[in-house]
Design a protein around this ligand. Sequence first.
Ligand code: FAD
Length: 305
Amino acid sequence: MKIIIIGAGMAGLSAARTLTQKGHEVIVLDKSRGVGGRMATRTIENAKADHGAQYFSVKTTEFQSLISELQSDNITAEWHIAQRENVRYIGAKGMNTIPKKMASLLSVFVNEKVVLIENNTVKTESGNIYPFDNLLITMPIPQVIDLFQNSKMILSEKDKSVFSEIEYKPCIAVMAVLKEPTKIVSGGIILENKSVAWIADNFQKGITETPTVTIHASSAYSVKRFDDDIHEVEKDMLSSVNQYINSENIVSSQTHRWRFSNATKRYEAHFYQIENRPIYLAGDGFGIGNVEGAFLSGYYLGNGF
Ligand SMILES: Cc1cc2nc3c(=O)[nH]c(=O)nc-3n(C[C@H](O)[C@H](O)[C@H](O)COP(=O)(O)OP(=O)(O)OC[C@H]3O[C@@H](n4cnc5c(N)ncnc54)[C@H](O)[C@@H]3O)c2cc1C
């Protein structure tokens, strides 16, 4: 059985890993230059900053078994944030080392944006055509809807009602390279500030030798300023965290706009099958959400075959 998976984020890689272990022939396609999706680490000159997911929790035995395996290879590490009681986990050398490690044992093709689904094949922007018996799609639902519309797929009322249950919030992320690390206790702080929700010191986190910080805007601020001039927004966000990061300490900065960051409303099951088609949807829009929810979504979908 040929299975194509769209998306090499946590959900797609988790499904691919489960299916490969069960002996299925699986190909994962991703539009980006690298794997990981929102588990993202950016290199800025010789510095690194996690600018998507910052850390994750491990609540289930299924996810624990992957994390224990990664921990023994020093891919993950524990992170104790002063404002959080329970231990959190990170990629020891950056969040994207986790999906990179998972992908290393799988058949993954990057720079392959799927633009069309037609007669049990997917077509990518580069012109390649991949036949499938089953298709697993793991990107955020608004992007799935765009793909279905391009493919002129007719959906049932049930399909549409499942889609309408899932919502994501945007997040503006500023990354700044610093001269010196910050004095933020434990390297991460959750703020009540109106514009900024979170600051991480990536040096204290242990992922970079050159100090950097990641600053995440609040949901309300991200919604309000998403399409505004990026340099103005960056300046505004940096000035609002001046008490933690003095402007004289900043060497350079970059900003990334995540249109879909966390799924704030989700479909309660771990995955969903499009009615009367061999097409399945998974990702953090299903189940418990976040990194662990994306893992579980892919894991349970993969186990269903
Ligand atoms: C700013 C931010 C902060 C976050 N903080 C946390 C946190 O602290 N803790 C936590 O647990 N979670 C956090 N999250 C959420 C977490 O990152 C996600 O829930 C999880 O990584 C989602 O994984 P996924 O596989 O479902 O989707 P994704 O990681 O989005 O993977 C989908 C993949 O599909 C690919 N794709 C899209 N369209 C196409 C196409 N047409 N063809 C081919 N490929 C395509 C994309 O390139 C992407 O790689 C955060 C996310 C963001 C953005």
